[in-house]
Design a protein around this ligand. Structure first.
Ligand code: PLP
Length: 332
């Protein structure tokens, strides 16, 4: 797959580290060897997975002559923080539509990512109730922005379309090069699975290059069959865009839905344990909504002998730690 055929902004100039997690693996009984891909250290305000997707999405926006970005997310959206961050760097305006997925959860003076939206000078925040048609809300905003003489470009939630998912195909290529350079064989990857672009792109990148590294997603909101269908659909679209010869079979998509708890963004005991354990063994910060729940899933899979003894398992850290500061009570 030759990704140079697609315009991008070069936001990711260096590979993010792959680190061994010896103390964390020991805390789980050394059943497997855990490694972490530090996409939380990507450039862009406070790092995280969206930088790889926005590298391609914002290049597309600029090619189309846009000067204003409109996107959407939940009230503590990391995607919105990073979209705004890169819009600032590009000298573009950025408007956000925030979905109050948990009724009453938006606080104008909220900390975490909400604080960063204001700090980076977001042009506007529109809050809509959970379940709203987010595309319709963004299109309405785009019409208003256009009316004021600007040229808007809409990036869908999580930048999870075939353009954005290409960023995770690139990440899969980056990982394969790193593993080759270190002569490290990874048996399995585990990634958070939300709006699906990360999971879909990683599967296309691994499957499309015949890497032989299965990728499991840990859901943060939906049930297994619903999420697997969403990931598969996006993987097919992404593979078609890249010209991957063989279509990605549905069996390549595996999701686990046992770690969502009461719902999206709502804390669980296992998430708190995962966040504390990684912080206290490896001094790496997860987040309460995505990487914390995904790590809770990985911990449970290790404890339940899902992986062969001694397997090398790579966890993708997708970032999100600013949201921790909106959950201080949860960790007391
Ligand atoms: C920190 C973090 N991790 C993981 C995800 C999930 O990635 P995706 O939406 O590509 O499935 C998100 C999505 O917003 C996120 O903010």
């Amino acid at each position: 797959m030759n990704l140079t055929q697609f315009p991008r902004r070069n936001y990711v100039q260096d590979a993010t580290p792959i680190e061994a997690l010896p103390a964390f693996s020991a805390a789980l009984g050394n059943k497997v060897n855990l490694f972490i891909k530090r996409d939380d250290l990507l450039p862009g305000c406070a790092g995280g997975n969206k930088t790889r997707k926005l590298d391609f999405c914002i290049a597309d926006a600029l090619e189309k002559g846009a000067d204003t970005i409109i996107t959407c997310g939940a009230v503590q959206s990391n995607h919105c923080r990073l979209t705004l961050s890169w819009a600032v760097k590009e000298g573009m305006d950025c408007h956000l539509v925030l979905e109050e997925r948990v009724a009453g959860s938006y606080r104008e003076d909220g900390s975490g990512n909400n604080f960063l939206f204001k700090l980076m000078g977001v042009k506007s925040i529109t809050v809509v109730p959970g379940g709203s048609d987010m595309m319709a809300a963004m299109e309405q905003l785009a019409a208003e922005v256009e009316g004021s003489g600007r040229k808007p470009y809409i990036i869908p939630g999580g930048a999870s379309n075939a353009i954005g998912a290409t960023g995770y195909v690139a990440c899969a290529q980056e990982i394969q090069q790193q593993l080759f350079a270190r002569n490290l064989k990874i048996d399995h990857m585990v990634v958070p699975s939300g709006s699906a672009g990360t999971h879909a792109g990683m599967v296309v990148g691994m499957y499309g290059s015949n890497a032989g590294i299965p990728v499991s997603g840990i859901n943060v909101s939906r049930t297994k069959p619903v999420q697997e269908e969403i990931v598969h659909k996006l993987a097919l679209e992404t593979a078609a865009r890249l010209g991957v010869r063989e279509s990605v079979p549905a069996e390549e998509i595996t999701c686990f839905d046992g770690y969502v708890g009461p719902g999206y963004s709502l804390p669980t005991e296992s998430m708190v344990e995962a966040v504390k354990l990684l912080a206290q063994t490896e001094s790496i910060l997860l987040d309460p909504v995505y990487s914390g729940k995904a790590m809770a899933g990985l911990i449970d899979l290790v404890r339940n002998d899902h992986f062969a003894p001694g397997a090398n398992v790579l966890f993708l850290h997708t970032g999100g730690s600013p949201a921790l500061y909106a959950y201080l009570d949860t960790f007391e």
